[in-house]
Design a protein. Structure first.
Length: 167
C-alpha cells in the first residue's frame, strides 16, 4: 500500500490548496500567473468595453442614463396645504401658584385652585391637573393643620385642668 492512497482522501498534514486555487499556481513564485488578476490588456474581464452597458441594457446615447439637456422638468403635482403651527396652550399661572402655595400656605392654595379652574374653563389654557393637585394638597394640608391645632388645644386644656395646685 502506498501513502497517500490514490484517489482517496488527501494527507491532512500536507498544505492544502486555499480557496480552490489551481495546483500549478504558486503565490511565492515571481513567474507564476495569478488566476484572479485582471487581464493585461486593461479591458474588463466581461469582454464589454467601458462605455457600453452590460447585459444588453438599453442605450439612449447619453452616458450614465442622464436625461436630455434643457428639457422641461416634470411637474410634481399640487403641494398640500400645511397646517399652521398652533403651539401648546399656555399654562395657567394661578394653577402653578395653587400647587406651590399648597406647601407654603395651604388655605391660599385652595382659593387659587378654585380660581384657576374657573379661568381654565373660560380661557382654554392648560394646567387643570396642576390646579386639581393644588386643590387636593391644599385641602389635605389644611385639614392636617386644623387637626394639629385641635390636638394642641385639647392637650393644653387637659394640662391646665389636671393641675393640682392649691393656693
Amino acid at each position: 500500500m502506498t501513502y497517500p492512497p490514490a484517489g482517496g482522501t488527501p494527507d491532512p498534514y500536507q498544505p492544502q490548496q486555499p480557496y480552490g486555487q489551481q495546483p500549478g499556481y504558486d503565490p511565492t513564485s515571481p513567474y507564476s500567473q495569478d488566476p484572479y488578476a485582471a487581464p493585461a490588456s486593461g479591458a474588463p474581464s466581461s469582454g464589454q468595453p467601458y462605455g457600453q452597458p452590460p447585459y444588453g441594457a438599453p442605450s439612449s446615447g447619453q452616458p450614465y442614463g442622464q436625461p436630455p439637456p434643457y428639457g422641461q422638468q416634470p411637474g410634481y403635482g399640487q403641494p398640500y396645504a400645511q397646517q399652521p403651527y398652533m403651539g401648546a396652550a399656555p399654562t395657567n399661572t394661578m394653577a402653578i401658584l395653587s400647587l406651590v402655595f399648597a406647601f407654603v400656605f395651604s388655605p391660599a392654595a385652595i382659593v387659587m385652585g378654585h380660581v384657576a379652574k374657573k379661568q381654565i374653563r373660560q380661557s382654554g389654557e392648560s394646567g387643570e391637573g396642576l390646579a386639581t393637585a393644588g386643590l387636593w394638597l391644599g385641602y389635605i394640608f389644611t385639614s392636617l393643620y386644623v387637626l394639629i391645632c385641635a390636638f394642641y388645644i385639647v392637650v393644653a386644656v387637659v394640662a391646665i385642668g389636671s393641675s393640682n395646685t392649691t393656693y
